[in-house]
Design a protein around this ligand. Structure first.
Ligand code: 9WN
Length: 445
């Protein structure tokens, strides 16, 4: 109890230090801008402390929504402050190539996992009754437009599953699923050049993400450059404004993004019901199709879900924590939900001294300290805690929540953690770790 009180005090301090007016920077040392799913998780934690600040966090992000409904994955800070290394930011994106990009804010040209409805619901229910109606009233149409954009622009054939076009859209930048795909499909002169020792040395000096943490903890330089090159294809496409995507734009039905969207659809319907509104018919039809479509990503042999290359229709069979996220959706067949939850039990595929590893410890892709290829991330643990609770597995949910709190007590309020030792990795004072640990502490009290 005392340990939890101390941790919560520290977490509150991080959220105070990272506040930047209407939003919270993910970390003061490296991430000065606003990111979509970071803000959603931060708002979920802030809802316990200061619901009005949490509402501003959501509103400031929504103010950068595109005319077509997309909510961008990044909104660039007007005064980002000093940061070591090159901050490619707005130079890289030039998102105004798309006429729907907002005039009042500079943003990226892609989105991120749509955790927004979950955040809007939790913030709204924490507000006073009068603020709540206004908050739901202004955010419902924004969310409707956002979800409608997903199904209209990212699932034009009506398959029930949306595609992601860049690894950053999944928020799990160097998950092996995407890394293997990108190496095989996305040519990058930059990445090729970086194999020359002198070029490599120069590029390493320009990196900003290795100032606050070791290079082994970050994305491999070549893979990072490939991601940067991938934005070129998106720019040529003007982020959807130039007809069908060119062939070098990835088209992946990502299992994490689709699971989070399906969960968000259910919450969207709940928000609409709360204020006596109804969802447009076309969107309702898409929402209805999605859960059965998600089941087409289930591999009964591997007993896991996998993302799929929408062009070749091949499943991308790398086991990652994303493979478990369908547990977060409504309507999964009971036996499938049971099979997924069993992967988290002691000795099972996703067990670890400090679970849940983003890649199983016995996988050839596993790297103990490297970003999304092994380390444990608090946002994914939080998602699985909520999923297990909703699946009726309260005991496992509480146990995972407790182990996550213990990990953060040991490792600090860091960006991610070694699943074998609990050592804190990546950036210090990381906002979503702070926010979600506050929520988890309240769940186990
Ligand atoms: C690119 C801010 C973001 C998170 C992502 C994480 C990382 C950005 C980066 O940081 O991505 O979007 O610079 O590598 O992968 O999940 O939202 O915390």
């Amino acid at each position: 109890m005392i340990a939890c009180a101390m941790l919560e005090r520290e977490a509150r301090g991080v959220l105070a230090a990272n506040e930047r007016g209407d939003y919270t920077a993910p970390s003061s040392t490296h991430y000065p801008h606003q990111w979509l799913w970071d803000s959603a998780y931060v708002a979920i934690g802030l809802a316990h402390l200061d619901p009005r600040r949490a509402a501003r966090e959501i509103d400031s992000l929504m103010a950068a929504q595109w005319a077509n409904g997309m909510v961008p994955h990044m909104v660039f800070a007007t005064h980002p402050g000093r940061r070591r290394g090159l901050d490619l930011g707005r130079l890289l994106w030039r998102s105004r190539l798309n006429p729907g990009a907002p005039r009042a804010a500079r943003t990226s040209g892609i989105t991120q996992p749509p955790v927004l409805a979950e955040a809007v619901w939790r913030v709204g229910t924490a507000l006073d009754a009068s603020d709540r109606d206004d908050f739901f009233g202004r955010n419902l149409p924004r969310l409707v437009q956002y979800h409608a954009w997903f199904y209209r622009e990212r699932d034009p054939s009506g398959s029930g599953l949306v595609v992601s076009v860049h690894p950053w859209e999944t928020g799990m930048d160097n998950s092996p699923v995407w890394t293997h795909y990108m190496r095989a499909h996305v040519p990058s002169t930059l990445a090729d050049l970086s194999r020359r020792p002198r070029v490599r040395a120069g590029l390493r000096r320009l990196r900003g993400d290795t100032a606050g943490s070791a290079e082994s903890e970050r994305i491999d330089l070549e893979d990072g450059l490939r991601s940067i090159s991938a934005t070129r294809g998106l720019r040529r496409w003007r982020y959807g404004a130039s007809g069908p995507p060119p062939p070098d734009v990835p088209q992946i039905q990502d299992v994490a993004v689709n699971s989070i969207l399906i969960r968000a659809n259910a919450i969207l319907a709940r928000i609409a019901a709360e204020i006596g509104a109804s969802l447009p018919e076309g969107l309702q039809a898409a929402i209805h199709r999605a859960p059965a479509a998600l089941m087409t990503l289930w591999d009964p042999g591997a007993r896991l879900f996998f993302s799929r290359d929408a062009s070749s229709q091949q499943l991308l069979r790398s086991a990652t924590a994303a493979s478990l996220l369908p547990l977060y959706t409504d309507g999964l067949p009971r036996d499938v939900a049971g099979t997924l939850a069993a992967h988290l039990r002691p000795g099972a595929l996703f067990d670890a001294p400090f679970p849940v590893p983003t890649v199983p410890l016995n996988s050839s892709d596993f790297r103990e300290v490297t970003y999304w290829t092994g380390p444990t991330w608090v946002n994914l643990n939080w998602t699985l805690v909520v999923a297990l609770e909703r699946a009726g597995d309260g005991e496992m949910a509480t146990s995972l929540a407790r182990r996550t709190i213990e990990m953060v007590s040991i490792g600090g309020i860091r960006e991610y953690f070694s699943p074998t030792t609990g050592r804190g990795l990546g950036m210090p004072d990381f906002s979503w770790t702070a926010a979600l640990v506050i929520d988890l502490i309240r769940r186990v009290r």
